[in-house]
Design a protein around this ligand. Structure first.
Ligand SMILES: Cc1ncc(C[n+]2csc(CCOP(=O)(O)OP(=O)(O)O)c2C)c(N)n1
Ligand code: SF4
Length: 310
């Protein structure tokens, strides 16, 4: 397969977000235009006269992912209608990070998901605002150390929130969005690229949320990025699925497979080096709850979120 994200970037060694870029470009092919929100994948991917992008690429503001994709899709449609460019399928893809897309740009992405334009939004999730030196976002996992949430002698756990559950929120709240998926660039092999292809062929707005190990922010040697992605899936802490027209399809079924203890994933990362036994046990209990007690295992705890007053 031809490459459309090649050499010339300056992301860290072992950066899985860079692989998320490379693989979506490979899967979508040459008839693709890309918009990228501010973040590592903008800053480390472009300096004056240097870029790995072979397909047309545009930077957009940190929270501007959804609006920029709508604008691009609408612009292409208008140019085709006026006969200024040939009628053909051009893939419109935006990538936004967990802060840019999952927090700041969520309103614009919500708006984009209710349009009729064909576009794919990829939320690449390295679980921090990595570009500005690893600050916590709402997608940072419970207990992780970041520059906003360092451990201390008085308070060991500074980040006490559970990770925002982005993909189901998009799927449940946006009836015009026919395809939502979670993915990891390395595991299972080809799964992510197949999901990109599917998202681009389904029609209308679509979204993929990827889990991206980040050696700098998670504090581990770059050689372990692939292992950590795989462990995130095998422990069940990051569920893998597609939601196609309202139907959940597990692409790694952690209900049926014996889950690896989550401690094996957490203790390989410096950001959790302050954990004591009860912290590992707490995270394990939350992961078990996701898979054993949620109405849609690993995806949505309907009764856990909402109840009806009797
Ligand atoms: C409106 C606005 N606020 C703050 C910034 C500074 N800033 C640039 S990149 C960034 C972090 C982005 O984090 P994320 O979207 O998670 O992407 P990552 O850097 O992790 O790839 C911030 C806060 C900005 N560019 N624009
Ligand atoms: S800080 Fe993390 S996301 Fe940013 S370039 Fe380095 S490995 Fe990639």
């Amino acid at each position: 397969m031809e490459e459309f994200y090649t050499s010339g970037h300056r992301t860290c060694q072992g950066c899985e977000s860079a692989l998320v870029m490379r693989d979506f470009a490979k899967a979508s092919g040459p008839r693709t235009v890309v918009t990228g929100a501010t973040g590592c994948m903008y800053v480390a991917n472009t300096s004056y006269m240097t870029t790995p992008w072979v397909v047309p690429w545009m930077h957009t503001q940190l929270g501007g992912g959804g609006a920029s994709a709508v604008g691009m899709a609408a612009g292409l449609k208008a140019l085709m209608r006026k006969g200024k460019i040939p009628q053909e399928k051009i893939n419109v893809i935006n990538f936004s990070g967990d802060l840019g897309g999952g927090d700041m740009g969520l309103g614009g992405i919500s708006g984009a998901m209710q349009t009729d334009y064909d576009m794919l939004i990829i939320i690449y999730d390295n679980e921090s605002a990595a570009n500005t030196d690893i600050q916590a976002t709402n997608m940072t996992p419970w207990g992780a150390q970041t520059t906003f949430t360092p451990t201390g002698s008085k308070k060991r756990i500074m980040h006490e929130k559970w990770k925002k559950n982005l993909a189901p929120m998009i799927a449940i709240g946006h009836p015009n969005c026919k395809y939502v998926a979670t993915a990891c660039a390395t595991f299972p092999p080809m799964d992510y690229m197949n999901k990109v292809k599917k998202a681009l062929s389904v029609g209308g707005p679509t979204l993929i949320h990827t889990m991206d190990p980040c050696p700098k922010g998670w504090d581990y040697h770059p050689r372990y990025s692939g292992d950590l992605g795989q462990l995130a899936i095998k422990t069940g802490i990051f569920p893998l699925y597609e939601i196609i027209k309202g139907e959940v399809v597990y692409t790694y079924d952690a209900r049926k497979t014996k889950r690896v203890p989550v401690r094996e994933y957490l203790e390989k990362q410096g950001r959790f080096s302050h954990f004591i036994d009860s912290d590992f046990e707490f995270v394990q209990s939350k992961v078990d709850e996701m898979w054993n007690d949620w109405e849609i295992p690993g995806v949505a705890p309907i009764k856990g979120w909402l109840s009806v007053r009797q």
